[in-house]
Ligand binder design. Structure first.
Ligand code: DGL
Length: 282
């Protein structure tokens, strides 16, 4: 596939288990309007939250191959479950390629921001089972400050309920209430939203947590890190106008567009279906 000879003109690639990562792409589009983006949602294999580390590593490597073939200058893992389980394997793979493409994930920027935010040293984490089981947030928080405690809560029902539950109903409120209860009991003053879907219920979470609890989302923290990475690697696109963004998915493109508009809060346009296995076999 052809790619622009100036590496700065190449797109930033972002991937996720489905449409949830569009909440992260939204932040990137706002912070870095001059960049081009290509987003891949692995909707055929959604959800990732109950997958094993082995599965998530394999999926992430397949997707990375596809996005590198499309000329990505930077790879961003918007999915918390994929970052938590597969970032080390992805980084190791990137080191083996001759393309010199870096990969950034959502865990560390969020953990660092949460440690900066907490005043009482108790941080809560709401995330999928795969993310909690990986222990990645605990490691990142302790690397930033070993005196800070992390209280993780796995919420297996929450992402599917958010995806299905629009407009929000009482059942969704009850799931959110159940997830938040252990965090209120533990007296955390900062909560990490460790899943791409959770920013969509932020007002509900804030109301149940109370106004004194700070909420940290991955999009804003990651966008700052991406901006830094582009600057330090001299990869920032020098254009002054707006770049473009396009979408790939492994499942039904129409379903992706319908659902995705809600998560991105911007028009989506064309969505292309990709077959990752077919690429591998080719
Ligand atoms: N993107 C996924 C995550 O952040 C959403 C949930 C899922 O796929 O199970 O973990």
């Amino acid at each position: 596939m052809s790619r622009p000879s100036d590496p700065r003109a190449r797109p930033i690639a972002v991937f996720d288990s489905g449409v949830g990562g569009l909440t992260v792409l939204h932040e990137l589009l706002v912070r870095l309007p001059q960049e081009d983006f290509v987003y891949l949602g692995d909707t055929a294999r959604f959800p990732y939250g109950d997958r094993s580390r082995e599965d998530l590593e394999r999926f992430a490597l397949e997707i990375a191959e596809e996005l590198l073939a499309r000329g990505a200058k930077l790879l961003v893992v918007a999915c918390n479950s994929a970052t938590a389980a597969a970032l080390p394997a992805l980084r190791a793979r990137m080191l083996q390629t001759t393309l010199g493409v870096d990969v950034l994930g959502v865990v560390r920027p969020e953990a660092v921001q949460a440690v900066t935010s907490t005043r009482n040293g108790r941080i809560g984490l709401l995330a999928t089972e795969a993310t909690v089981a990986s222990g990645a947030y605990g490691e990142a928080v302790h690397a930033a400050d070993p005196w800070v405690d992390l209280v993780p809560v796995a919420c297996p029902a929450l992402a599917p309920a958010i995806q299905a539950g629009f407009p929000a109903d009482e059942q969704l409120v009850e799931i959110v209430r159940g997830a938040v209860a252990p965090l209120r009991e533990a007296g955390v003053d900062t909560v990490i939203l460790g899943c791409t879907h959770y920013p969509l219920v932020r007002p509900m979470l804030q109301r149940i947590l109370g106004p004194g609890v700070a909420i940290v989302t991955s999009g804003a923290a990651l966008a700052r890190q991406v901006e830094h990475a582009l600057g330090s690697r001299e990869l920032a696109n020098p254009r002054s106008g707006e770049g473009d963004y396009r979408f790939l998915c492994t499942g039904d493109p129409d379903a992706f567009r319908d659902l995705g508009t809600r998560f991105l809060q911007l028009p989506l346009g064309e969505v292309e279906r990709v077959r990752l296995q077919a690429r591998e076999a080719a």
